[in-house]
Design a protein around this ligand. Structure first.
Ligand SMILES: [Zn+2]
Ligand SMILES: [Zn+2]
Length: 170
């Protein structure tokens, strides 16, 4: 099985788990991922899906479910329940708008939601930013290898760790 349906699965993250990365004080880089920052202006009236998408777009890097919960509940005076956040994240993953990055246990907004694809992410160990790349050749090669072993693929998540271009030149 290929395509977006292949990347759907349930999140079983512990809401009490410690925050992996702090949000406050982290520099938000001026990448194309932060271009939709103006969206946050409508979050007051928008539903939780829009608020999560706006938050991930604004931060421009992967964020843990717990950090998302903290951010959504912080300062608004409205209670945000963990189950609502997990449900919303699962729905966003199913719609192909968000990816879960297993190796950092965090969520990232999809930068190519209009094209069905399997996620390939380059994750910077210095600043935590994840760059998503599309390379159908990689998926085609892996599908062929899996087929030759009679392996039925459900989901594909490729995560490369290293140092991003910004951090290398900093
Ligand atoms: Zn994507
Ligand atoms: Zn970096």
């Amino acid at each position: 099985m290929t395509g977006h349906g292949a990347c759907c699965y349930n999140i079983t993250e512990d809401p009490q788990a410690p925050v992996r990365r702090k949000i406050s004080g982290h520099p938000v880089r001026a990448t194309r991922k932060t271009a939709a920052i103006g969206k946050t202006g409508k979050t007051k009236a928008a539903n939780i899906h829009d608020r999560i998408l706006a938050l991930l777009t604004h931060l421009g890097r992967p964020v843990s479910a717990y950090a998302i919960l903290e951010e959504l509940g912080g300062g608004t005076g409205t209670r945000v329940y963990p189950q609502s956040v997990y449900r919303a994240l699962n729905a966003l993953i199913e719609r192909g708008l968000v990816h879960k990055l297993d190796s950092v246990n965090a969520f990232s907004v999809c930068t190519h939601p209009q094209q069905p694809h399997d996620g390939i992410h380059l994750i910077c160990d210095d600043c935590g930013v994840a760059e998503e790349i599309l390379d159908p050749r990689v998926t085609a090669m892996l599908n062929k290898d899996a087929e030759s072993l009679h392996f039925q693929k459900r989901r594909q998540a490729i995560e490369l760790h290293g140092i991003c271009g910004n951090c290398r030149t900093a």
